[in-house]
Design a protein around this ligand. Structure first.
Ligand SMILES: Nc1nc2c(ncn2[C@@H]2O[C@H](COP(=O)(O)OP(=O)(O)OP(=O)(O)O)[C@@H](O)[C@H]2O)c(=O)[nH]1
Ligand SMILES: [Mg+2]
Length: 484
């Protein structure tokens, strides 16, 4: 029986055992039913990070529409679910389970969320349903940024990501930061500890966000953000924590995905100016508004609001480098933004492990339900859940992959471990670095050689514990290839 069926069976067993126990409330069954349903729903991916790290903008860029609020309204203060739906809808749950359908208002292409008289404190769940191919794959969860001077908002986010009781509802997390601060180290540590104790999401993808701003927008490229990302790989503060961060500019990606002809025309006019005239106009938003140009004032305002001065500069340099029309500029903006790399990483890290991440969430949710609704009838189910959480090799791989960047091994060994543990995809050929059409016989032969290789590595003197565990896991991963 595969693990997902095993988990379904355990949930069924738990439901029948608990419903036979008269001391257990009906809530337990509703929670178990929800846990069961989640196994058939898209993966739940939360965007997390400190205040204004660019979470909502990145969410919009991924979806390709402005549905997550980025202005300072009540809505940016609550955890919001964005899930697939045939027609747009906004559902609010508040004040002890009351449901209200909120109106779907769009102005200038943006969804305007308005909680009406309900304050953020009274919100239990805010869910936006939207037709989108990305949301068919993932349910995205926008979390309010954590900060030291908004303790109630931070508390809501932390309660969602790293709850004191129960388990985090997200299956995976995209963690955004502009540069490394102590608040990021603390939040990443807490996320890892939760994952380590079986209460938090195992999958984490890191992002150096707002990457166009990294060097004050001087170079009109994301090189500075790439350097930050490379430095993070060896940063001591992140010892034992996630260190792989992809540079992404959510804003450029969003502008690319929603570019209008009018915006392109205004940018093209700026690109065609004499360099001296252009530089003078781009000194500040005020200068751009005041400059003597054949671009209507509302169009200039729109450019400044949508792109920012850094974004305008980058768009101009892309036009000057050859993006001749709106579709070409849109494509260049997206390419330049790093969004494609992020999407590819989400797909290898989360998409291909979709089932494993969901099974992990289901097991930890089941565990926390059984702990909250204790019954002598469910001891057997509880033990099985614990065994599965501890022994499942896929979960071990995910935990080790998260710590790989911190392992004291040479770079080629780290890359080989990343492959073999499934960090680049979980097919046998990807794990062994072989072309996809390699014959099964040759794949087995290479897997056998890999087992011998990792055994030899284990023989190295003075290996530390984490490296030993990782080599042992690599051997198990190769054995699993042989067994399949
Ligand atoms: N230049 C630039 N600005 C960005 C980028 N992403 C977001 N911003 C700006 O940064 C500000 C905050 O962006 P949000 O997307 O609301 O950030 P957030 O992390 O959701 O903020 P909170 O939810 O309040 O924590 C807005 O003014 C955005 O326009 C980016 O990639 N580049
Ligand atoms: Mg936000």
């Amino acid at each position: 029986m595969n693990t997902i069926d095993l988990v379904r069976m355990l949930i069924r067993d738990a439901r029948s055992e608990l419903s036979a126990d008269p001391r257990i409330s009906a809530d337990a069954d509703a929670e178990l039913a929800a846990c069961q349903r989640r196994l058939d729903e898209p993966l739940q991916v939360a965007l997390a990070g400190t205040l204004k790290s660019g979470k909502s903008t990145l969410l919009n860029a991924l979806v390709g529409e402005e549905i997550a609020p980025t202005d300072a309204t009540e809505c940016t203060r609550v955890v919001t679910w964005f899930s697939r739906s045939v027609t747009p809808r906004v559902d609010l749950t508040h004040d002890g389970g009351q449901h209200t359908a909120l109106p779907v208002h769009r102005t200038g292409g943006r969804l305007r969320l308005n909680l009406g008289p309900v304050t953020a404190e009274r919100v239990e769940r805010l869910e936006v349903g939207w037709p989108s191919s990305l949301l068919d794959q993932y349910t995205l969860i926008d979390t309010p940024g954590t900060s030291s001077n908004s303790s109630d908002v931070s508390a809501r986010t932390l309660d969602f990501l790293t709850p004191d009781e129960g388990s985090c509802q997200a299956d995976a997390i995209v963690y955004l930061m502009r540069s490394l601060h102590s608040a990021d180290v603390a939040l990443l540590r807490s996320l890892h500890e939760h994952a380590g104790t079986g209460r938090g999401a195992l999958g984490i993808v890191g992002v150096v966000s707002r990457a166009d701003e990294t060097d004050g927008g001087r170079s009109a490229s994301l090189d500075a953000a790439r350097q930050v990302s490379a430095q993070l790989r060896t940063d001591r503060q992140l010892a034992g924590l996630h260190r792989d961060f992809i540079p992404v500019s959510g804003l450029l990606a969003l502008r690319g995905r929603t570019l209008r002809q009018r915006e392109f025309a205004a940018l093209a006019r700026l690109a065609a100016l004499h360099p001296d005239e252009r530089e003078a106009a781009l000194v500040s938003p005020g200068r751009l508004m005041a400059a003597d140009l054949v671009i209507a004032a509302p169009d200039r305002e729109q450019l400044i609001a949508a792109f920012g001065m850094v974004g305008i500069r980058i768009a101009i340099s892309l036009i000057r480098a050859g993006a001749k029309d709106a579709p070409a500029l849109a494509a260049e903006l997206v390419r330049h933004s790093g969004l494609e790399q992020l999407r590819a990483t989400l797909s290898t890290r989360f998409g291909s492990r979709n089932r494993q991440l969901k099974v992990h969430s289901a097991l930890r949710t089941l565990r926390s339900i059984l702990l909250r609704h204790r019954s002598p009838h469910t001891v057997r189910v509880f033990r099985s859940v614990d065994r599965l959480l501890a022994d499942n090799h896929c979960f071990t791989e995910l935990r080790l992959l998260a710590g790989l960047a911190a392992l004291p091994v040479p770079e080629p060994t780290r890359t080989a471990l990343d492959h073999v543990l499934g960090g680049r995809g979980i097919s046998a050929t990807t794990r062994l670095g072989l072309p996809p059409d390699t014959s099964p016989n040759h794949t087995r032969a290479v897997a056998l050689r890999a087992i011998r290789y990792w055994h030899d590595q284990l023989g190295e003197p003075l290996l530390d514990q984490p490296t030993t565990r990782t080599y042992q896991a690599a051997i198990r991963s190769c054995e699993a290839i042989l067994a399949s």
